[in-house]
Design a protein around this ligand. Structure first.
Ligand code: KMH
Ligand code: ZN
Length: 279
């Protein structure tokens, strides 16, 4: 893999699992999401990975809310808007497929089933295929999310069977440190990177304690970064994360030290093979 001149930083500000009561800086309302997006854009993020919540702060795939969020993010920022099709472990395949009706620029595509703590994050291969081909048809760029080694093989299998993704570029997000998936170590990251299809780029995110080692290893491998309160709630030992921008600032600082400073959204669009932004 040839490292790009800059680093694509994705912020995943909310996720589906954490309760607001556990993390006061977690953006759960639309206003909070937009404020986090604006702050993270200023700090160096170029892509936002979005999960939305209902009025009680609970994860939802409600289409109206997703559409409203995509519109508000486009109005307030130039970030690449990537919706989660992973949702929560309790979401149905039909609802997860329905996320694409909100017409984001990009969407996550988890490439296989994985134990997710005590739960199971179910991604049957026929469903992964159906999501992939639906994204090709609707001109939505997939971000192939890999939580385990077999998921990386599935990326190659999808490409062989169904051809390239919309945009023509393969970008994989390696999510390490989920209990049940790949461990959050530099060695696990190196193994996953070695198995990527030719020409693919990757970003990596380490969940919980894996956050810093995975971020440093990803930069060492010429990769990109995903950070945010979806994955990380502790900034340093004994210090909770204040807000998402705090994590983006640290990622941008490390990327700059690595002499691959953050890409702006135009640079991210170029890397991902996306055209001009949709309004
Ligand atoms: N919440 C996890 C079960 C994604 O966004 O695509 C799945 C997840 C992956 O967060
Ligand atoms: Zn997610």
């Amino acid at each position: 893999m040839t490292p790009a001149a800059g680093t694509l930083i994705t912020v995943a500000p909310t996720g589906a699992e954490t309760e607001k009561s556990r993390a006061p800086g977690l953006p759960v309302t639309l206003d909070e999401l937009v404020a986090a997006a604006v702050a993270c854009r200023a700090a160096g993020a170029s892509v936002i990975h979005v999960h939305v919540r209902d009025d009680d702060g609970v994860s939802t795939l409600d289409l109206g809310r997703l559409r409203e969020s995509v519109a508000a993010l486009r109005e307030s920022t130039d970030l690449v808007v990537q919706l989660s099709t992973g949702g929560a472990v309790t979401d149905s395949e039909a609802d997860r497929m329905g996320v694409l009706d909100a017409a984001p620029d990009a969407a996550s595509l988890t490439c296989g089933t994985v134990n997710f703590g005590d739960d199971v994050f179910l991604n049957r291969r026929p469903f992964v295929e159906a999501l992939y081909t639906a994204m090709q048809e609707r001109e939505i760029a997939p971000e192939f999310e890999c939580f385990d080694a077999g998921h990386v093989s599935t990326v190659g299998w999808l490409l062989e069977r169904h051809g390239p993704p919309y945009g023509g570029h393969v970008h994989v997000d390696l999510v390490l440190g989920v209990p049940g998936g790949l461990p959050g170590t530099a060695a696990a990251l190196a193994g996953a990177v070695a198995a990527l299809p030719d020409g693919a780029t990757f970003s990596a995110t380490g969940v919980g304690r894996a956050h810093l080692p995975v971020m440093l290893a990803a930069l060492a491998h010429g990769g990109n970064l995903r950070v945010g309160m979806e994955d990380t709630l502790t900034f340093a030992a004994g210090e909770p994360v204040r807000d998402n921008a705090q994590l983006v600032v640290r990622a941008a600082t490390l990327a700059t030290l690595a002499q691959r400073p953050p890409l702006d959204p135009a640079g991210a669009r170029e890397l991902l093979g996306l055209g001009a932004r949709r309004d």
